[in-house]
Design a protein around this ligand. Structure first.
Ligand SMILES: C[S@@+](CC[C@H](N)C(=O)[O-])C[C@H]1O[C@@H](n2cnc3c(N)ncnc32)[C@H](O)[C@@H]1O
Length: 387
């Protein structure tokens, strides 16, 4: 299928705050970075390239391959433009597809309307060409078409990921306030950890940070854990070269770590879940788990990073209790983590002040709609006390 090797723009979406890390990843994979927005980075390549991107990118959410870009002023015009695309070349007989959209147009009150127009244009085109309608619906586990419409600009993409890439497939058990896998990867990449020293993760919850850290240190592609992507359902998908690519990427990973990864939590249930998730991700033998108060987490003397993602509390009562926890994190950093870089990921900066240590860096992230910070502390002997 010639369209598999035709170059086009590729937009990779990500959480707000993470484009700098995604840019770095795209660049390291040998792709150009054409532009970056608040929650996406643009590169270019072929549909074939999206296989590698889906497998290897850690901080991206969806890999969107641009099919057409056009001027559009009304829903009818949108329908016409979309019906001109050769959908019969992309969508095999007897398939199912869904449409997602991002619409920023004052004349469209409900983006579902633009979705339906887009879906109808595709269905009508295929029916006209084949005499048979494809199935459609909301599920994103097969072909996904993405419509972007802002002002007079319309863009139609194939969402080659299908389900978002944050669904790596290892988090079988999720507890209260888990961090999205792609965000956890960005947080680990933002830290000073390069895989050599120790990675200490008290308050590990369902283990996302520790698991992402292990995957990064081992050079394991996060996408290898998943068996279904949007691109697999497109016409001309070559299963045998996909298998070869997976095998090659798998062979590139390491099977040993020079530092230790230690993950603990006060909740027995959390640690059990984290262990199971790590097992599904195939990294359980690289992580030492334990049930304890964070202050009792073993911290080897040879340095590395220590990262905590404490709760940030929504109700007043919770916040009062958490003040003491944040203060104790400061004591733990000072007393037990000398020689480390310390990190706290939180959405509550008032609570963070209770840590009582001076931050060296503050990196903005968004956990869903909540603006958060990754606070970095340099924990050398006799750390500076807070402002
Ligand atoms: C926001 S969750 C962490 C979520 C985690 N990043 C994930 O992706 O699943 C906070 C965790 O801190 C744990 N926790 C709360 N107080 C603790 C304490 N004093 N010592 C250790 N862990 C504690 C909770 O059990 C909870 O699992």
């Amino acid at each position: 299928m010639p369209f598999w090797i035709k170059k086009s723009r590729i937009v990779i979406t990500c959480a707000k705050g993470t484009p700098p890390f995604l840019k770095q990843e795209i660049f390291s994979l040998g792709f150009p970075v054409l532009s970056a927005g608040k929650a996406e980075v643009e590169t270019e390549g072929t549909l074939e390239d999206t296989l590698r991107l889906n497998l290897l990118v850690r901080t991206g959410q969806r890999v969107l391959f641009l099919l057409e870009s056009f001027d559009v002023k009304s829903p009818d015009e949108l329908y016409k433009r979309i019906s001109r695309i050769n959908w019969e070349d992309y969508i095999p007989e007897g398939s199912y597809f869904s449409v997602t959209s991002s619409v920023y147009n004052p004349s469209i009150k409900d983006s579902r309307f633009a979705n339906v127009k887009c879906k109808d244009a595709i269905v009508d085109r295929i029916k006209e060409k084949r005499g048979q309608r494809p199935d459609t619906g909301p599920e994103r586990n097969r072909i996904v078409v993405h419509l972007y419409w802002k002002g007079n600009i319309g863009q139609v993409f194939l969402d080659t990921s299908g389900e978002p890439l944050s669904k790596r497939g290892y988090r079988m058990i999720s507890l209260k306030a888990p961090m999205q896998e792609t965000l956890a990867a960005a947080v680990v990449l933002a830290s000073a950890w390069v895989g050599g020293g120790n990675f200490i993760n008290p308050m590990c919850g369902s283990g996302t940070l520790a698991i992402e850290a292990a995957l990064i240190a081992l050079g394991r592609a996060p996408g290898l854990l998943r068996s279904n992507y949007g691109f697999m359902h497109l016409k001309g998908f070559d299963e045998s070269s996909w298998k070869v690519l997976r095998r090659k990427i798998r062979a590139d990973s390491k099977d040993w770590l020079s530092g230790r990864i230690i993950a603990t939590d006060i909740g027995q249930q959390a640690v059990e879940a984290a262990k199971k998730n790590a097992m599904t991700a195939g990294v359980d033998r690289f992580i030492e788990f334990g049930v304890c108060d964070f202050s009792q987490t073993p911290v080897p003397t040879n340095g590395g990073v220590v990262i905590l993602n404490p709760e940030y509390g929504e109700r007043m009562g919770e916040i009062e209790n958490l003040k003491e926890t944040y203060k104790r994190i400061g004591d733990f950093f000072k007393k037990k983590c000398q020689g480390y870089k310390g990190y706290i990921f939180t959405g509550n900066l008032d609570l963070a002040k209770k840590v009582g240590l001076r931050t060296d860096r503050r990196i903005i992230f968004f956990n869903g709609p909540i603006e958060c910070r990754l606070l970095e502390y340099d924990l050398y002997e006799g750390s500076k006390t807070g402002k």
